[in-house]
Design a binder for this molecule. Structure first.
Ligand code: SAM
Length: 232
C-alpha cells in the first residue's frame, strides 16, 4: 500500500525567522559581558538597601536582553501549538525574542494575535522591528508602557500567557488577566529558580489547587512554572 506524508509548515524554520532568532540569541549572550559594567549600579543599590528587582527597575537592565533560552522558546512554540492558541499575552517583551516563538505558534495555528508589552521605549522599538523583520506584524504587536495599564483592555478569551517581566508583578498581572483566561489555557512564568524566594507566594498560589490552576515547576533553563487553568 502506498502511503503519502505531508510536511506541515513550521514558521520557526522559515529562513528569516530562524536566522533572526539565531542572531538574537547570539547577541543576548553578550549580556554576560555587559553585566560587569553594571556592578557599580548593583553594588550601590544593594548598599542603599535596594533589592535586585528595584535596581533592575531603576534602569540597570535597559540594554540587557534577559531573554528566554532557545530551549524555552521551542517549548513555548509547542505549548502554543498544543493548546491551539489564537490569543497569547506576554508580560515583558524586551527585544522580542520570546514574542517571535509565540507569534510562530499563532501563525501556524491559522492566525490570531500575540500581545506583548514592554516598559522601555528603546526595547519596544527594537522588538517591533524584529517582529516586522520576521514577517509577523499581522500576528504580533507590542504595547508600550506598564503592563498593568496596557493589558487592562486586552480582549479575551486568552489561550496562553507568558509572564517574564519584573517578578513582583507576576501576581498582579495574572489577576488582571485571569477573568479573560479560557478554560484549558496555559500560563508560563520564567525565572522561578533565580527568584525562588520572591516568587514563592506566586508559585504557592498556582500550586495550591485552590485558585483554578494545576501547576508544576519545570526544570527548563531558569525554571518555568507551567500552569493549566481549569476555570473559576
Ligand atoms: C526578562 S525581560 C523579558 C525577556 C523576553 N520575554 C524575552 O524572552 O526575550 C523583562 C522585560 O520586562 C520589561 N518589564 C518589566 N516590568 C514591566 C512592566 N510593568 N510593564 C511592561 N514591561 C515590563 C522590562 O523592561 C524587561 O525588558
Amino acid at each position: 500500500m502506498e502511503t503519502t506524508s505531508t510536511t506541515r509548515p513550521n514558521s520557526l524554520h522559515r529562513p528569516e525567522v530562524r536566522d533572526l532568532l539565531d542572531s538574537l540569541h547570539r547577541r543576548s549572550r553578550g549580556d554576560w559581558l555587559r553585566l560587569p559594567m553594571k556592578l557599580p549600579a548593583f553594588a550601590g543599590g544593594l548598599l542603599r538597601g535596594k533589592s535586585m528587582m528595584e535596581i533592575l527597575k531603576d534602569g540597570a537592565a535597559r540594554d540587557l536582553f534577559l531573554t528566554i533560552s532557545p530551549e524555552q522558546g521551542r517549548f513555548l512554540y509547542l505549548v502554543g501549538r498544543t493548546v491551539g492558541a489564537r490569543t497569547i499575552v506576554e508580560f515583558g517583551t524586551s527585544f522580542g525574542v520570546s514574542t517571535l516563538y509565540l507569534a510562530a505558534a499563532v501563525a501556524d495555528n491559522g492566525g490570531g494575535k500575540v500581545i506583548g508589552t514592554e516598559l522601555e521605549p528603546s526595547k519596544h522599538e527594537v522588538a517591533t522591528r524584529n517582529i516586522a523583520a520576521a514577517g509577523f506584524s499581522d500576528v504580533a504587536e507590542v504595547l508600550l508602557g506598564d503592563a498593568l495599564e496596557t493589558l487592562r483592555d486586552v480582549p479575551g478569551p486568552v489561550d496562553m500567557v507568558l509572564l517574564d517581566g519584573w517578578k513582583d508583578l507576576y501576581q498582579p498581572v495574572l489577576e488582571l488577566l485571569k477573568p479573560r483566561l479560557r478554560k484549558g489555557s496555559v500560563v508560563l512564568a520564567d525565572n522561578i529558580f533565580t527568584f525562588k524566594k520572591g516568587l514563592r507566594p506566586f508559585v504557592d498560589y498556582m500550586q495550591s489547587g485552590k485558585n483554578g490552576f494545576q501547576s508544576t515547576t519545570l526544570s527548563i533553563s531558569d525554571g518555568f512554572e507551567y500552569s493549566y487553568y481549569e476555570g473559576p
